[in-house]
Design a protein around this ligand. Sequence first.
Ligand code: FE
Ligand code: FE
Ligand code: MG
Length: 167
Amino acid sequence: MGSKAREIIGMNVDELLGLLQKAYCDEWFAYYQYWLGAKVVKGPMKDAVGAELLQHATEELAHADMVALRIIQLGGAPITRPEDWYKHSNCGYDAPDDPFVKVLLQQNIKGEQCAIGVYKRLLDLTREKDPVTYNMVLTILQQEVEHEEDLQSLLEDYELLVRAMKE
Ligand code: FE
Ligand code: FE
Ligand code: MG
């Protein structure tokens, strides 16, 4: 823990730690949902979709890493048991039981939209209170925004492909 680092936080550090723990659980679920989705994906454009899902998996894991390090800096301990992820997660886990490209894209778009909301709230909460967390959250938020757009444009291409096949 950094004692001075903790001291400069202009808000309740335990409350902040609680919110970071929740985001930490979200990132692990997002990682696994993408990672497995990339392996099982089926249907038109599965190669393009699989590559994007795998890239996002890597980025979600990097988010988990950043959030874990910040929790430790603030004197907390990242949640040690995966079974606790369900209790704390904001966005939950959508199992890729249906491997159809369209379904996987929709599930992950929903997850990104949830993540964007979570990080926007964290951004508003830490603005002018905790510049270090704010900066980290901004970096993550920028990537979640990219993720949503990547998936929505793939879904759009998928819909256009289906339309073209009908004509
Ligand atoms: Fe993320
Ligand atoms: Fe994401
Ligand atoms: Mg991407």
